[in-house]
Design a protein around this ligand. Structure first.
Ligand code: AMP
Ligand code: ZN
Length: 465
């Protein structure tokens, strides 16, 4: 498989450390707000990458973090704390905000048929791992204490700019214009590993550490979680292109200083989805979420389809016109597939194998999903393939594309529905009578049936998980 590696700035043959085993780390969401559809484009690309690797015969062990502490508005330790902003905005605690938006994130990715990574870990649940790394970095003089915070000294890192290809002088000129410069840093690009002295006195999430009561910086969280769950050698690390600098550059600097050797061979980044005004943002008014698209009547999978029509390394500008076109094309495709007859026939073996090979080649060509879709359209059109073979191939390709090309909308059995409603009603009564023990028991019973419930202002809603 060939993939573009941001580290070498070249398309390279992908070779994992261990044959057929891939250790993959993908940066997860900062759960202070809903994910916008730009963020979700990155998670779609990562999902396609994981599924393509599986399709090509690799076993993938994938880890993702949930950032619930330490991420400031700018990625380089300036601005407000994102989680505190969320808590202030909604008059809730940071824990409530983190819980709520983590669940919303899971619900969004489910709607887009993005598989949950095998391991998902909250930043706040791995504090001892960060402390271990920071202590070693201090002992080996890669880190220093200043103004009661601990910073990584980038002048000690080997080739700090190797991932970004940035030029230090240009960066320094840019940084001079940044009025919110952190006075405790020796170099403006040093970054915080641990804060004890912060501008946020109301920081709720704090832990004891040998460096004082405080909280970790954002970058150390990803290194800590990746090393904890995937060990010393990583095959693939992904994120959106904004993560290249400083986030991933900092991850490399601290991880390699800690481990004493090269950490990850392949750095793969997805280009952004922008809106017409430029960058997609969460700060100005209504922003584009999957729920908003649903409210406007779109099937979330037509957004997935739209993303797959373009290459992950090309910028994509969102407009309702392009989503409409994608939506029409997706519906047409589904209708064509629906009209195929399911009667058992003989597979057109040679042609089927040829198409599977073609499909594989598009994925091996740096995840060329738009060409993969072209192969699918060719299959549907080909008069020399019988319907049975077409359906076989559609099913096979959908393991990667995940567009529900054959499955009908997940319909739910009537008896099950009655049972769920009866239990929810029983739980409402229990709650009214302040019998919380019974209410919790009913929630657990529902969970055992793979039903998760959520109490909203409009009442209790449920979801099959
Ligand atoms: P965040 O929740 O801000 O940490 O971002 C989550 C992921 O979305 C990261 O991998 C970012 O690189 C990515 N991302 C941020 N903005 C965009 C965008 N406009 N288009 C695509 N991906 C993005
Ligand atoms: Zn990260």
């Amino acid at each position: 498989m060939k993939l573009y590696n941001t580290l070498s700035k070249k398309i390279e043959e992908f070779v994992p450390h261990e044959k057929n085993e891939v250790k993959m780390y993908t940066c997860g969401p900062t759960v202070y707000h809903y994910a916008h559809i730009g963020n979700l484009r990155t998670y779609i690309f990562e999902d396609i990458l994981e599924k393509s690797l599986n399709y090509l015969g690799y076993n993938v062990k994938r880890v993702m973090n949930i950032t619930d502490v330490g991420h400031l508005q700018s990625d380089s330790d300036t601005g407000e704390d994102k989680m505190l902003l969320g808590a202030k905005r909604e008059n809730k605690t940071v824990y409530e905000i983190a819980d709520f938006y983590t669940n919303e994130f899971f619900s969004d990715i489910k709607k887009l048929n993005i598989k949950k990574p095998e391991i998902i870990s909250k930043a706040s649940e791995n504090i001892e791992e960060y402390i271990k790394i920071i202590q070693k970095l201090l002992d080996n003089n890669f880190a220093y204490k200043s103004g009661n915070n601990i910073y990584f000294d980038i002048s000690k890192a080997k080739d700090y700019y190797k991932l970004s290809g940035k030029n230090e002088e240009d960066l320094i000129i840019g940084a001079r214009e940044d009025v919110t410069h952190d006075e405790f840093k020796r170099n403006p690009f040093d970054f915080a590993l641990w804060f004890t002295k912060s501008k946020f006195e109301n920081q709720e999430m704090k832990w004891n550490s040998p460096f004082g009561v405080g909280y970790p910086g954002w970058h150390i969280e990803c290194s800590g979680i990746a090393i904890k769950y995937l060990g010393e050698y990583l095959d693939i690390h992904c994120g959106g292109i904004d993560n290249i600098f400083p986030h991933h550059s900092n991850e490399i600097a601290q991880s390699e200083a800690y481990l004493g050797h090269k950490w990850c061979n392949f750095w793969i980044h997805g280009e952004h989805l922008n809106d017409k005004s430029g960058k997609m943002s969460k700060s100005n008014g209504e922003f584009l979420t999957i729920s908003l698209l649903e409210k406007k009547g779109y099937n979330p999978l037509s957004y997935r389809f739209m993303c797959l029509q373009s290459h992950y390394r090309n910028q994509l500008v969102f407009s309702y016109d392009s989503l409409n076109l994608a939506s029409i094309s997706y519906d047409k495709l589904k209708n064509k597939i629906k009209s195929l007859k399911t009667n058992e026939d003989l597979l057109n073996k040679e042609l089927v194998e040829k198409y599977i090979q073609n499909f594989k080649e598009t994925l091996m060509d740096d995840l060329n999903t738009s060409n993969a879709l072209t192969v699918l359209f060719e299959v549907i059109k080909n008069p020399n393939l019988n319907d049975y073979s077409k359906l076989y191939l559609v099913n096979n390709f959908d393991k990667v594309l995940s567009l529900d090309l054959i499955n009908e909308e997940k319909s739910i059995d009537k008896d099950l529905l009655n049972k769920i409603n009866m239990l929810i009603e029983k739980r409402n009564v229990a709650k009214k009578e302040k019998n919380y023990e019974l209410a919790d028991k009913i929630r657990e019973e529902l969970l055992k049936m793979n039903v998760s419930i959520k109490d909203t202002r409009e009442g209790t809603i449920f979801e099959i998980i």
